[in-house]
Ligand binder design. Sequence first.
Ligand code: GLA
Length: 401
Amino acid sequence: MKTKIYILLALLLSLNSFAQKFEELAQTPPMGWNTWNKFGCEVDEDLIKEAADAMVSSGMKDAGYEYIVIDDCWHGERDEDGFISANKERFPSGMKALVDYVHAKGLKFGIYSDAGGTTCAGRPGSRGYEYQDALTYSRWGVDYLKYDWCDTDGLNAEGAYTTMRNALYEAERPIVLSICEWGQNEPWEWAQDIGHLWRTTGDIYNCWDCEEDHGDWSSWGVLQILDMQEGIRKYAGPGHWNDPDMMEVGNGMSTSEDRAHFSMWAMLAAPLMAGNDLNSMSKKTIEILTNKEMIAINQDSLGVQAFKYQAEDGLEIWVKPLANGDWAITFLNRSDNEKTLNFDWKKHLIEDPDFDYTLNFQQEEFQVNDIWANKNLKSTRKELKTIVHPHDVLSLRLSKK
Ligand code: GLA
């Protein structure tokens, strides 16, 4: 009898309390590329291979990009045992071969599923197949799962994402879990031990200051998404990031808008998932996506998001504490007019509203580097006098003198 109880206890323990998320992953915001923003459902194995090739040849891999993620629409049917496979016309070599190709480039592979019965584009979802799908992904060698929230009537978000977390853990291959329920159930409140990143909003699209109304949902421009990040920075940190959605850099906004978008995502310690066609990037797009200093702000080991310090007349000042006492400051000009800056550092005492960091220019002097111009400016002893162009940023790194 006693033995039976012990076995039962051991079983229960192994099913519940041992399952957890893979803690060591995503210690800095994940960086990579995802098919959705540019290609939607038009995905096939050649597109993925070409993207992996381009990630290496463009210098993006050297700059830190790592994950090649296929979003929705890769799916074929489930077989008679319930196992999912890739669509045979679009992925004739099968998913395992494609994952091997991406790995051989020194990159990692991401895939997409949905907690409901069907994905947002109507393909098979993982509801009721969570453990089986996790096992399949693990066998294929997948490193990252974006897990969506369509067709989930009657499901509890925390419960559904916990089920997939546990399934991945049981399948024993470390896989980053990217939660995508659009911020509807305030995942920042509960997802820290479940996923490595969570979407905070609905979908982005390639527009600076816009809303696109689709009837019962909207997609949002860069400024709208930025404004929706209010109040949640304290929930993010190494291993668990707020995700303001994938980037639209290179998808049609102006160069300054792309630069501002990229800078703000870097300041927010957001996952940096490129969403453009890596095979036809302009030189300017590559320069933006691979700016090493801006990426260093994003990947800083402290893992603290920027906060909005001031906002006046379309000009915002965002401040991000960095490791070793450095800081990043971005002046964001949201407006259509040029802004003149006369910024006397010594008049500012900047206190982080959520964490214990203070920037006191009376006590400390910093060297100032203009990240996009790649040049040293005068130190914080001297007033900063410059202009910020419309829909653009001035991004600075302050290093301790
Ligand atoms: C949702 C997600 C998008 C994308 C699509 C795919 O809208 O938010 O990022 O994954 O589904 O159908």
